[in-house]
Design a protein around this ligand. Structure first.
Ligand code: AMP
Length: 282
């Protein structure tokens, strides 16, 4: 496994592999790897000749009052985990390498960002789309792997790939959870112990919404109310949003039908957690 920090060196390696006719699976991350990331890497490993993992905490996608400076980082640990997963290259650029001067162009996402995280984190998806445009151009992957934990991101990346004609196949991978249901996240380490216990209410409330749907509930407003009450009752977290939309269009629904997403964001003292459930209703 090679660790590469310079864009020009990454390009040289990619061109060499492409010249040999190799397929390239790309897993973009912000590091502090957990089993969610590892499942993306493992799928990429199965489906491609070469696996490139990027580790870059992208300042462009953090708002001024967000957790860029406290975002957990541990490169040595990440390197060992990546090595064990048989990653071929870690692309690990510095902020100065990726943004050596104030960029003259940024990518603006116009669709599907007026809801969920796009609404509560203005500019977040522009930052994501901008860094991915750079990473896609540097790595030129055959396939790119994203987790459904960030379901709105998957929808936005789908738009980016098709609008800009990137010759990349987008692969969306299921959410990996802790034994008690909490979605794995690098940010979970910033929960205080009491919050860590309370945080299981995100998944439990999604499960109980699904149960209510299975028993015939048709009305999204009733479900939103039920989930919100449960989160408020069982945690000190502050609800950022509880929403139900069509997926991947992210349009409001009067009645539940087709593929829907139930999405939640809750703020704890130092972290904001997200979770979702995507279900098909006939
Ligand atoms: P991050 O490092 O948080 O930017 O995440 C990098 C990639 O891993 C994104 O595509 C995430 O959606 C994905 N990911 C993060 N957590 C999970 C999880 N619990 N299960 C599956 N994928 C995940």
């Amino acid at each position: 496994m090679k660790v590469i920090t310079a864009i020009k060196d990454m390009r040289t390696e990619i061109l060499k592999q492409k010249g040999l006719g190799k397929t390239i699976g790309f897993v973009p991350t912000m590091g502090f790897l957990h089993e969610g990331h590892l499942s993306l890497i493992s799928q990429a490993r199965q489906e491609n000749d070469i696996v490139v993992l990027s580790i870059f905490v992208n300042p462009l996608q953090f708002g001024p009052n967000e957790d860029f400076s406290t975002y957990p980082r541990d490169f040595n640990r990440d390197r060992s985990l990546a090595e064990a997963e048989k990653v071929d290259y870690i692309f690990y650029p510095s902020v100065e390498e990726m943004y050596p001067y104030v960029p003259s162009v940024k990518v603006v996402v116009q669709e599907r960002t007026d809801v969920l995280c796009g609404k509560s984190r203005p500019g977040h998806f522009d930052g994501v789309a901008t860094v991915l445009t750079k990473l896609f151009t540097i790595i030129m992957p055959t396939r790119a792997y994203f987790g459904k934990k960030d379901a709105q991101q998957v929808a936005v990346v789908d738009g980016l790939i098709s609008d800009f004609n990137f010759p990349i196949e987008l692969i969306a991978v299921d959410i990996i959870r802790e034994a008690d249901g909490l979605a794995k996240s690098s940010r979970n380490v910033n929960l205080i112990p009491e919050e860590r216990q309370q945080a299981t209410v995100l998944y439990r409330s999604l499960q109980s919404a699904k149960n209510t749907i299975d028993h015939g509930e048709q009305n999204p407003a009733n479900l939103i109310c039920m989930i919100s009450e449960m989160i408020n009752r069982e945690s000190n977290g502050q609800i950022d949003y509880v929403e139900i939309f069509s997926y991947p269009q992210l349009k409001p629904l009067e009645n539940l039908n087709g593929t829907i997403i139930i999405a939640i964001a809750v703020k704890f003292s130092k972290v904001r957690l997200i979770d979702n459930l995507i279900i098909q209703i006939d």
